[in-house]
Design a protein around this ligand. Structure first.
Ligand code: NAG
Ligand code: NAG
Length: 370
């Protein structure tokens, strides 16, 4: 604005002087025309600073020719240098004043210099702070930083994954045995592939082939499950271990292995079965304990649990004339010979023995943990 305003002032002055010295003043209209000011500046006002060889206006645009290692930055020659750049025009500024390096082949601009960057004969290399990318020609793709031949034909995009070529074919095309995308269409819900030169239809995930050879929705809703459709159009699930088909729907659900003894290996005497997602655990019943091997490991499913001999650890039968007898998972208190059982009104545990009338009767107190 200031520059433009300056020109107006200069022009006004020139015009007024002209007006004063002669009668000829014809072009008043041009004062209203902005392009007039921009398009016809005075060459004598042209100045590109002290590092310029020349300054000129070409079609209203200022052009600076600068000394070596200087370049025109928005009308002034300023220092401009890029390492590893082309000799001519090695460094420039664009219209917005940003520095641009014209790099030698095998180099690309990064941080105001040209740095090594090579994608081979068939692509341009671009550097970013995080690394380089290759922009390859048609028919080539980036393979570990070099543009290598990679062609899937007209109907697909070729790329490399590790050193292997991959075709991502358009819809209704598939990669044939020659690595090109070829027309291949199995209709809805199916994937078409080529196998040993032959076209093959495979149902998409979540679909199965029915007896008419069409892919229909069939999804047991679990990884590793398979769904099939039988001749009566009934869907059947193959579920992974620990899961089973629901009675209500053709989907796989958690199976409770504890419901039926055939479905679990838990020893029914010493262990209890506990269902878990996709499996089950066996835990020791009360009165039984884990069997450790020499290394300190245990396997309840394989070994079960062993009975705890409560009579050894402590003396649970506290009354006179009783003795402790171990039972699987528990113990009982029996009366010694000549004594018979008397029930305690408070708890069975406190039953006691007294000199009974009928000592021959086998009397015992059974304490059962369940
Ligand atoms: C403004 O300048 C242009 C180009 O010089 C010219 O074609 C146009 O007629 C001018 N307009 C007026 C209003 O003078
Ligand atoms: C589902 O099918 C695949 C492929 O045939 C097979 O590997 C897998 O074991 C099957 N899954 C089940 C749960 O049967």
């Amino acid at each position: 604005m200031i520059v433009r305003f300056g020109y107006w002032l200069v022009l006004l002055t020139v015009c007024c002087v002209t007006l004063a010295n002669s009668e000829v003043y014809t072009d008043e209209v041009e004062f209203d025309n902005n392009t007039f000011v921009d398009n016809v500046p005075f060459q004598s006002d042209c100045d590109c600073g002290k590092f310029s060889r020349s300054c000129s206006y070409v079609e209203g645009k200022k052009k600076c020719i600068c000394y070596d290692l200087y370049a025109d930055k928005q009308g002034t020659c300023v220092s401009c240098y890029c390492k590893n750049a082309n000799y001519y025009n090695r460094c420039e500024f664009d219209d917005s004043g940003s520095k641009k390096c014209n790099c030698l082949k095998g180099y690309a601009e990064l941080n105001g210099d040209c740095q090594e960057c090579n994608c081979g004969e068939h692509g341009n290399c671009i550097l970013y702070a995080w690394g380089k990318t290759c922009r390859c020609e048609n028919g080539y793709a980036d393979n570990y930083g070099t543009c290598k031949e990679c062609d899937c034909g007209e109907h697909g995009i070729c790329s490399f994954s590790a050193e292997y070529k991959q075709c991502s074919c358009d819809s209704k095309f598939a990669e044939n045995d020659f690595g090109k995308c070829e027309a291949c269409d199995c209709g809805e819900n199916a994937r078409c592939t080529f196998n040993a030169g032959k076209k093959q239809c495979v149902c998409k995930h979540g679909f199965a082939e029915n007896f008419l050879g069409k892919c229909k929705e069939c999804d047991c809703k679990m990884d590793d499950s398979n769904c099939t459709i039988d001749g009566f159009a009934i869907k059947k699930c193959q579920c992974p271990k620990g899961f089973e088909q629901s009675k209500d729907n053709p989907v796989c659900i958690e199976k409770d292995e504890c419901l039926s003894p055939e479905d679990n290996d838990c020893d029914p005497i010493s262990t209890k079965c506990v269902n878990t997602r996709g499996s089950y655990d066996c835990v020791c019943k009360e009165g039984f304990q884990i069997i450790y091997n020499i290394l300190g490991y245990y396997d309840i499913k394989k070994d079960g649990c062993k009975d705890i001999d409560e009579c050894l650890d402590y003396s649970p039968c506290i009354h006179l004339h009783t003795r402790c007898v171990n039972t699987p998972g528990s113990y009982k208190c029996e009366c010694t010979a000549g004594y018979s059982l008397e029930k305690d009104s408070y708890a069975e545990k406190y039953n006691y023995c007294s000199e009974g009338a009928r000592p021959w009767k086998t009397a015992s107190i059974v304490v059962q943990f369940v």
